[in-house]
Design a protein around this ligand. Structure first.
Ligand SMILES: Cc1cc2nc3c(=O)[nH]c(=O)nc-3n(C[C@H](O)[C@H](O)[C@H](O)COP(=O)(O)OP(=O)(O)OC[C@H]3O[C@@H](n4cnc5c(N)ncnc54)[C@H](O)[C@@H]3O)c2cc1C
Length: 370
């Protein structure tokens, strides 16, 4: 490719880049969009290395982007799945009370949910739990009925197909390496080839784990942020899921702790995890074998009948978390919209749930500035 002009170039073919290309091409007819993906296919990095949960939007700070986009994105995903016949199910999430003092945490979660406008959470006692989740050992659970699961593979494929139908150019195995602002265009360099340039009016950085580097190098922003990447490894449980709901040992809102969730998948299986392992800026998708014993001990607390040799190593993702240089406290999504660029950093969970809301928001911005 050389000297081709595009109105918009998107870096990254994960669920965020694809949602952006889908929404812009839907909103602005005949716009010329290029999407660059460094891997062999779209969606191979975190967009397919996660728990596939449609989060309700409970535990994010009130009025934060995570809270707003998650709630809006949840509704959009359920509708999108219905429209395009993608498997999805509101199976509900049970926060469980499995330590002496964790009733406090459950109440905190309920309070946080209310402050985010979610008034549908309710408690379930031991007797009723025995009926709906016979394999679950706990005295009390807080249920979020609007949480669910869906088929992310089909979701990603559909976003790609709809983008292609509207003439978005998607190029795999194409690494964005540099961009220089010249006059009214960005001169983009791909695959380290200094002689080949693509001209584009608007440049969108949705490169996931590479986003912060691009943000600093190309847009000269976010220098106060550092990578605080957190690896998440999963174990799959062989056979049919012993649970009907997503099971979350209670957590403190906004804080990732070493706990082991159990999440049914849309095809009837079950995964445990993810772990939370600090990896700073190291990108390595190798499984940490130590999780087998660690998870087993924790799973037994709420699933006493767990059979150890049914636990097998599964996928690994890396949360693209960033934090400020001063503190490692969780940050909101960092989305910067300029006149000729859009920069998306820290699109960690609930990024998947939020994807359709984020794509729609950015498409509206592009319509204003193009
Ligand atoms: C362990 C884990 C569990 C999670 N669970 C959930 C969940 O249950 N629910 C939920 O809502 N969210 C969840 N998330 C979050 C969700 O997966 C992410 O927010 C979402 O996938 C982010 O999508 P993305 O497109 O920004 O990133 P990615 O999927 O990482 O896509 C970025 C793309 O950019 C490409 N790229 C990077 N650099 C370049 C370059 N220079 N040139 C060209 N292409 C480039 C990459 O190859 C990649 O394909 C989870 C995340 C993790 C890690």
């Amino acid at each position: 490719m050389s000297n081709i002009d595009f109105d918009v170039t998107i870096v990254g073919g994960g669920v965020i880049g694809l949602s952006i290309s889908y929404h812009i091409s839907k909103l602005i007819p005949n716009i010329k969009i290029l999407l660059l993906e460094k891997e062999k296919r779209i969606g191979l990095i975190n967009s397919s290395r996660n728990t596939e949960v449609i989060h309700a939007g409970i535990y994010y700070q009130k009025d934060s982007m995570k809270s707003i986009f998650c709630k809006e994105g949840k509704n959009k995903i359920y509708k999108f799945c219905e429209k395009y016949k993608i498997k999805s199910k509101k199976i509900g999430k049970l926060f469980i009370d499995n330590s002496n003092n964790s009733i406090e945490n459950l109440l905190m979660i309920q309070k946080q949910a209310k402050s985010n406008g979610l008034n549908d959470l309710f408690f379930i006692d031991k007797k009723n739990l025995r009926e709906i989740e016979p394999n679950l050992n706990t005295n009390l659970a807080l249920c979020s009925p609007s949480s669910g699961i869906f088929d992310t593979y089909d979701f990603i494929s559909k976003l790609e197909a709809l983008s292609l139908n509207r003439d978005v150019t998607i190029v795999n195995e194409c690494i964005f390496t540099n961009a220089i602002r010249e006059d009214r265009f960005w001169k983009i360099c791909i695959n380290h080839d200094q002689n080949n340039h693509i001209k584009t009016k608007i440049l969108i950085n949705s490169a996931g784990l590479q986003s912060l580097d691009i943000s600093k190098k190309i847009f000269n922003i976010n220098f106060d942020l550092i990578k605080n990447y957190t690896k998440g490894c999963y174990l799959r449980y062989k056979g049919v899921s012993p649970f009907n709901h997503i099971i979350y040992p209670s957590l403190k809102p906004g804080i990732i702790e070493e706990r082991v969730d159990a999440t049914p998948d849309i095809n009837g299986g079950l995964r445990f995890g993810p772990s939370a392992e600090s990896s700073n800026d190291n990108i390595n998708f190798e499984t940490n074998k130590e999780i087998l014993d660690k998870f087993y001990t924790k799973i037994k607390e709420y699933f006493p009948l767990v059979i150890k040799n049914k636990l097998i190593f599964d996928t690994v993702g890396i949360r693209p978390k960033v934090s400020s240089k001063k503190s490692k406290l969780p940050l909101d999504f960092k989305i910067t919209c300029g006149n000729n660029f859009v920069d998306l950093v820290n699109i960690e969970s609930p990024g998947l749930t939020s994807s359709l809301a984020i794509g729609s928001y950015i498409a509206n911005h592009v319509k204003e500035v193009i």
